[in-house]
Ligand binder design. Structure first.
Ligand SMILES: Cc1cc2nc3c(=O)[nH]c(=O)nc-3n(C[C@H](O)[C@H](O)[C@H](O)COP(=O)(O)O)c2cc1C
Length: 251
C-alpha cells in the first residue's frame, strides 16, 4: 500500500457499523497483517503490538458485531494514546483503500478470555473490520459532518495542508483539534474538556489527536513535504491544551 492510496482514502472513508459476518479470506488477512507490520509509529520508543480477534473475543458495549477486530496493545507511557491513534489510523485508511469496511471502537474491550496483558503490553483500543453490504465510500467531502477550517485553525494559507486533517475521524465526532502557528511550524492543541467528560474523552481525544497527526503527515507527504513532530510542552490558545508541534519542511 502506497501513501497516495492512503491519502485518497481520507476523502471517501466512513465508519461502517453493520457487517457481513463471513470471515475474510486468509489471503486478505495475511496482507493486512503484512501491512500492519510496516506501519510507522509516532514515537519509536513505545513498544506496541497489533492483536487480531474474532467476534467471540470482543465485549462491545454498543451493538456492533463484526467478523474481525484489530486491537492495539501498547506500553503505557508518554504519548502512547497519540501513538495508538497514529498507528491504527494507518490501518483504518488501508482497510478503506482495500474496499473493506471498518469502525473505530472506543467502547469495546477484549472479552475476559483474552489476556489483559500481552507480552507486557496493555489493550488500548480496537477497530472492527470486515465486509458489508452497505456503501463504504462517501462520494465527496460535502458528505462529511465536520467543523469548518476556520473553526479548527488560525494558520494562514494552510487550507490545502489542513483540509485532509479536518476530515479525520474522532470519537463521537468531537474533532477536538486546533492548529495555530504558521505553515512551517504548527502547534497542534486539544480542546480542554469539562471534568464530567474527562475520564472517557480525556483518553479518546488524545487518540483523536494521533489520528489527526497521521492525516497531517500524509497531507505533507502529498505536497512533497516532510512533517516531523516534537512534544516539548509549549503555549496553546485559550481553552486548548498543547499536544504537539509539527515542523513542515521541503523534502
Ligand atoms: C477513538 C475513536 C473511538 C470511536 N469509538 C466508537 C464507538 O465506540 N462506537 C462507534 O459506533 N463509533 C465510534 N467511533 C467512530 C466515530 O463516531 C466516527 O469516526 C465519527 O462520528 C466520524 O464519522 P466517520 O468516521 O463516518 O467519518 C470512534 C472513533 C474514534 C476516532
Amino acid at each position: 500500500m502506497k501513501n497516495p492510496q492512503l491519502y485518497n482514502a481520507i476523502f471517501h472513508r466512513k465508519s461502517i457499523r453493520k457487517y457481513n459476518m463471513t470471515p475474510l479470506p486468509a489471503d486478505t488477512l495475511g496482507k493486512l497483517q503484512e501491512y500492519a507490520s510496516s506501519t510507522k509509529p509516532l514515537d519509536e520508543s513505545i513498544r506496541y503490538e497489533f492483536v487480531y480477534l474474532g467476534s467471540a473475543d470482543v465485549k462491545n458495549l454498543l451493538p456492533i458485531k463484526a467478523p474481525h477486530y484489530i486491537c492495539l496493545y501498547s506500553q503505557i507511557k508518554g504519548n502512547y494514546l497519540m501513538n495508538a491513534g497514529f498507528l491504527l489510523q494507518q490501518i483504518d485508511l488501508y482497510l478503506s483503500a482495500n474496499n473493506l469496511a471498518s469502525c473505530w471502537l472506543g467502547m469495546a474491550k477484549p472479552s475476559k478470555e483474552v489476556p489483559k496483558q500481552i507480552n507486557g503490553l496493555e489493550f488500548v483500543i480496537m477497530l472492527a473490520f470486515g465486509n458489508t453490504t452497505e456503501p463504504i465510500y462517501r462520494a465527496n467531502t460535502s458528505e462529511f459532518m465536520r467543523k469548518s477550517l476556520s473553526e479548527i485553525s488560525s494558520v494562514a494559507d494552510a487550507d490545502s495542508m489542513l483540509e485532509p486533517v479536518r476530515l479525520a475521524p474522532s470519537s463521537s465526532n468531537t474533532q477536538p483539534w486546533f492548529f495555530s502557528g504558521d505553515g512551517d511550524v504548527m502547534t497542534v492543541s486539544r480542546k480542554k474538556l469539562n471534568l464530567l467528560k474527562a475520564p472517557f474523552y480525556g483518553k479518546m481525544n488524545q487518540i483523536d489527536i494521533g489520528i489527526a497527526l497521521f492525516h497531517l503527515w500524509l497531507s505533507g507527504n502529498h505536497q512533497g513535504k516532510v512533517v516531523s513532530y516534537s512534544f516539548d510542552k509549549d503555549a496553546a490558545p485559550n481553552g486548548y491544551e498543547f499536544m504537539a508541534k509539527a515542523t513542515i519542511s521541503m523534502n
